[in-house]
Write a protein of this length. Structure first.
Length: 404
């Protein structure tokens, strides 16, 4: 264990690190100055991706660190992740994903070992409905709105914890979605990866007595990302204290293990969804009966997801007519919002032994198509059917799925 932990990396060391990696990897790294603090220090965003792969089919990830200046491990892990992303081991992630890191959100507070920023503001909670009040909050929101990320991660430290346990936490999702199941499962995988490095881990939602709620409707950075973009949102905590802490290498290794495990989700397809990437496409309901973003590319599905997510309250109902028949499934939904011009899918699950014979929407026969008709796939005991509509206008819809 370490006694008398050095307050590092400093803000100057973060800037030097970013300059060095940009010089070494000019094709993969782009560093931008997003803001200047009241004391004149830069707040940077660094983008890592493989420019040889078209950007339209890449998953988007946003990672922030250093919201609280006295939490050194967040900055440490952000720079450790940056170095890994530029290694050969991360080649697949660079090809499939565009990752933006804000490694030092509060440079002035970092120099003074302070939790709050100027004016006594907690920058983590600077994302209310009236907009941010600090350069840090404004910079994060500019980056996030340009990116509309599938995944958001905020790196923190458990101040005064010393040599204790690390934590993986997830923002409380909206009700009646699969998000709670997914976030729990992803966090468990991250925690197990961190524990394999030798540091104990706990996982649970970002709500408990005495802690500020980070629900979908609060003002935290995690809540903002989920509320605005339907990003899968996590907050990690690394145990540390200025007096006692695990060695620098141990803290960095545990943090990197968690993030590598999480980023791997963006390189594969979740089997209960039709498309590859982070499983955030479900904007309403469950995998067995739900509303899902559609599109032939990650960018198209992102546009579909955002439009449907922001209009989610206007879906008055989406139900399966019961009792469900063995050879015919009838789905009904009503929509009263603005036209969804980027399309939307309606997903339903059947027994795996059933084959789809035909699908109709308001009596109109659909053909097999990923964007203008229906598609099917099997997983376990289920055959999933995706009915993709290129446009959803206000009105009532009846979908019939006939089985063989």
């Amino acid at each position: 264990m370490t006694t008398g932990k050095a307050h590092r990396p400093t803000s100057a060391e973060v800037v030097a690190h970013l300059r060095r990696v940009q010089q070494q990897h000019p094709g993969w790294v782009r560093v931008r100055r997003m803001a200047v603090t009241p004391e004149g220090r830069p707040l940077h965003a660094v983008t890592i991706t493989d420019p040889g792969v078209p950007g339209g089919d890449k998953q988007h990830v946003l990672i922030t660190a250093g919201h609280h200046g006295n939490e050194d491990s967040g900055r440490l892990i952000a720079l450790t992740l940056l170095d890994w992303l530029l290694s050969e081991a991360a080649a697949e992630t660079r090809r499939r994903q565009k990752i933006v890191i804000l490694p030092n959100q509060s440079p002035d507070a970092a120099e003074r070992d302070l939790y709050f920023v100027e004016g006594g503001v907690n920058p983590l909670l600077d994302h209310g409905e009236d907009g941010p009040t600090t350069p840090q909050g404004a910079a994060l929101q500019r980056v996030a709105r340009a990116l509309s990320p599938e995944l958001y991660v905020d790196l923190h430290s458990r101040g005064y914890a010393g040599c204790s346990y690390d934590m993986v936490l997830w923002a409380e999702p909206k009700p009646y979605l699969e998000d709670d199941n997914l976030l729990h499962r992803m966090a468990e995988e991250m925690g197990r990866a961190g524990e394999r490095t030798g540091i104990p881990h706990l996982t649970h939602p970002l709500t408990w007595p005495g802690f500020i709620s980070v629900s979908p409707d609060t003002s935290s950075a995690c809540a903002f990302a989920y509320r605005e973009f339907k990003s899968l949102s996590f907050l990690t905590e690394t145990s540390e204290d200025n007096a006692y802490a695990y060695p620098t290498r141990a803290r960095a290794r545990a943090g990197l293990a968690r993030l590598k495990t999480l980023l791997a989700w963006g390189n594969r397809r979740y089997p209960k969804l039709p498309d590859p990437g982070y499983p955030c496409a479900l904007v309403g309901g469950m995998f067995a009966l739900g509303l899902v973003a559609v599109g032939t590319t990650a960018a198209a599905r992102r546009s579909s997801r955002l439009a449907a997510w922001r209009n989610r309250p206007h879906f008055d109902r989406y139900t399966a007519v019961g009792p469900e028949q063995p050879d015919r499934r009838v789905l009904r939904f009503a929509y009263s919002g603005a036209p969804l011009l980027h399309g939307l899918g309606f997903q339903v699950a059947l027994r795996a032994t059933r084959a789809v014979a035909r699908v109709t929407v308001n009596g109109r026969m659909l053909r097999a198509s990923d964007t203008h008709g229906y598609s099917t796939w099997r997983h376990g005991t289920m055959t999933f059917v995706m009915i993709a509509l290129p446009k959803v206008a206000p009105g009532s819809y009846e979908i019939e799925v006939h089985c063989q």
